[in-house]
Design a protein around this ligand. Structure first.
Ligand SMILES: [Zn+2]
Length: 163
């Protein structure tokens, strides 16, 4: 994705939503990112900004819940399909807009919102436990579509037609 400024990132979040504190962008390698995601230092919230097909930027704030189960198990990120071995994922959820806070949706995802690095094998920890022959282009497409789908379900894309 193209490099973003802190102003562009803040502007991607909808009016009325609390504007997130944008981290230091000096060392961000934008060329290997499909979305820009980061975790609040307190750990309970994640944020992501993604360019839509129409060129608009859209941001969403997610609650993050980390599993505390110590039992070893495999967990797959719902967005990038990376298979982690225990504690590599977290539950990210969002309250669906216009539902009086009654509807929440959530996905199990890479706990640091680093899916783009995962599909490019740029993380230092173990590669996915499930090998896929899918090429990178298709993985990027699948990742983007999963995020668009999630945002659409969260009613975070009210003014965008779903294709
Ligand atoms: Zn992921």
């Amino acid at each position: 994705m193209d490099a973003l400024t802190p102003e562009e990132i803040r502007a991607a979040f909808s009016v009325g939503e609390r504007t997130p504190v944008v981290p230091n962008l000096a060392r961000v390698d934008w060329g290997v990112l499909d979305y820009f995601g980061w975790i609040h230092p307190a750990g309970f919230q994640g944020y992501l900004v993604i360019p839509l097909a129409n060129g608009q930027l859209r941001g969403i704030t997610l609650r993050r819940t980390q599993a505390t189960s110590g039992r070893p198990r495999y967990e797959m990120c719902a967005w990038c399909h990376h298979v982690h071995r225990t504690n590599g994922t977290a539950m990210f959820s969002v309250t669906v807009k216009e539902t009086d806070e009654r509807v929440t949706i959530g996905n199990l995802m890479c706990r640091n919102l680093d899916c783009s690095l995962r599909i490019r094998n740029l993380c230092s920890d173990p590669p996915s436990y499930m090998n896929e022959t899918l090429d990178l282009e298709r993985k990027v497409e699948r990742l983007r579509n999963a995020i668009y789908q999630f945002m659409y379900r969260a009613n975070a894309l009210p003014d965008v037609e779903q294709s």
